[in-house]
Design a protein around this ligand. Structure first.
Ligand SMILES: [Zn+2]
Length: 213
């Protein structure tokens, strides 16, 4: 008998890295297998390479620091760059793509009974239409299961009681520096991503990140 498994959707950002860190270090999760999935989201925001680089660094960190807690890693590509002729700001929400992909991975691997997302206290306090967007993502997730015999896995939120600043404080210093949080990176000639310093998450992180000497 294979064990039940948790699927962790990892973007390379602070929140989902916090969720993965809890799954790997909290004894409450130790009796389940773990799968980690990254979606390469190629869209007009141009974050895909910065996020993929962060994910590679984070995976390398866990292989070095948590060798006794191995996990399966998979990735997929969701590319809406071809929407350009529409000249529209609209493209699928990350959360919706994540829900659709997570459900399809869970359908493919029946041992997955929980799906971990990096939702935080900061998200829930944010208000706006986030609650409606989360409900829509849940409907997308469940709709993938409409032709399956088993019930959908449960979503779990390992860092839902943490603010983004608390996750930053909880993560080991080496690890948190490997995450990527800027919404609008630019790239050096050698491909290295540079954060913009002015987007909402850059400002949010700057407020609690200690200056590096
Ligand atoms: Zn930024």
């Amino acid at each position: 008998m294979k064990r039940n498994a948790i699927l962790c959707m990892l973007s390379g950002g602070i929140d989902s890295t916090g969720a993965l860190h809890q799954l790997l270090s909290d004894a409450d999760y130790a009796n389940r297998d773990l799968l980690v999935h990254h979606i390469i989201l190629q869209n007009r925001e141009n974050r895909a390479q910065a996020e993929l680089d962060a994910v590679s660094r984070i995976l390398d960190y866990y292989q070095r620091h948590f060798p006794d807690r191995p996990f399966v890693y998979t990735e997929s590509i969701f590319n809406t760059m071809g929407f350009a002729p529409l000249q529209s700001m609209r493209f699928p929400f990350d959360m919706d793509v994540c829900a659709f992909m997570a459900a399809n991975i869970a359908v493919a691997d029946k041992n997955i009974r929980e799906v971990a997302m990096g939702r935080t206290q900061t998200d829930l306090a944010g208000g706006g239409d986030l609650k409606l967007r989360m409900e829509r993502a849940q409907r997308i997730f469940k709709s993938v299961y409409s032709l399956e015999r088993e019930s959908p896995p449960n979503y779990i939120f390992p860092v839902v009681n943490f603010s983004k600043a608390q996750i930053w404080g909880m993560l080991p210093d080496e690890l948190r520096k490997l995450t990527w949080y800027c919404r609008h990176p630019s790239y050096q000639a050698d491909g290295k991503a540079i954060s913009c310093g002015v987007c909402s998450t850059c400002k949010e992180v700057a407020a609690f990140r200690k200056p590096i000497n």
